[in-house]
Design a protein. Structure first.
Length: 151
């Protein structure tokens, strides 16, 4: 179960780091743009919320992996869960970096030119997608739980 636990841990740790970076970077942008346009602060917290959602993706996959932990798990099952945890975690980390950078620049740009808001939201959606489809595919842990494959 070591590799399964490592996958469970990496899913939550890396996505939480990505969410933290995205939240911090976008938060700095919101604070600095709030000086110019205080009326846009509430509208510009979208990148902060989207960065926080990445942590939820990691939590979901971590719980899915944790529910299938067993001392007698096959090596194949453990390695599949490690791969799932690493892929979700590292994709969440990359998505957090992307959301933070886009959120910071987009919020500052929106403060100067409000027409940039829709473009910023579209880019944020595409950045969020980096972390999302991987965990949707990882919902098939039940197929590997009873696996009898031996190396």
């Amino acid at each position: 179960p070591f590799f399964s636990a490592l996958g469970c841990t990496s899913a939550i740790v890396f996505t939480a780091c990505g969410a933290a970076y995205g939240t911090a970077k976008a938060g700095v942008g919101v604070c600095s743009s709030g000086v110019l346009r205080p009326d846009l602060i509430v509208k510009n917290i979208v990148p902060i919320v989207m960065a926080g959602i990445l942590g939820i993706y990691g939590l979901v996959v971590s719980v899915l992996i944790a529910n299938t932990l067993s001392p007698k798990a096959a090596l194949y099952t453990s390695l599949v869960q490690l791969g799932a945890g690493l892929s979700v975690g590292l994709c969440g980390l990359a998505a957090g970096f992307a959301i933070g950078i886009v959120g910071d620049a987009g919020v500052r740009g929106t403060a100067q030119q409000p027409r940039l808001y829709v473009g910023m939201i579209l880019i944020l959606i595409f950045a969020e997608v980096l972390g999302r489809p991987v965990w949707v595919d990882c919902g098939s842990f039940d197929e590997f739980q009873g696996s009898t494959a031996r190396a």
